[in-house]
Design a protein around this ligand. Structure first.
Ligand SMILES: [Zn+2]
Length: 59
């Protein structure tokens, strides 16, 4: 079971794997909701694009 590192909720559908920062050693990969619409935190933000949407598009 994967948990979204962004909102902290369990990811039911597809997860997006976030690569650990390079040079930080063998840290486990983090996961986010693949789509901002599934992310609880993103859903609660109503004005414009959420920070998560912006970050996902920059990956
Ligand atoms: Zn999430």
């Amino acid at each position: 079971m994967k948990r979204c590192a962004y909102c902290g909720y369990v990811i039911e559908g597809e997860a997006k794997e976030i690569a650990p920062e390079s040079g930080s050693g063998a840290r486990p990969a983090a996961y986010w909701h693949k789509y901002a619409a599934d992310c609880v935190v993103a859903e609660t933000r109503e004005t414009g694009r959420s920070p998560l949407q912006r970050r996902l598009s920059n990956l």
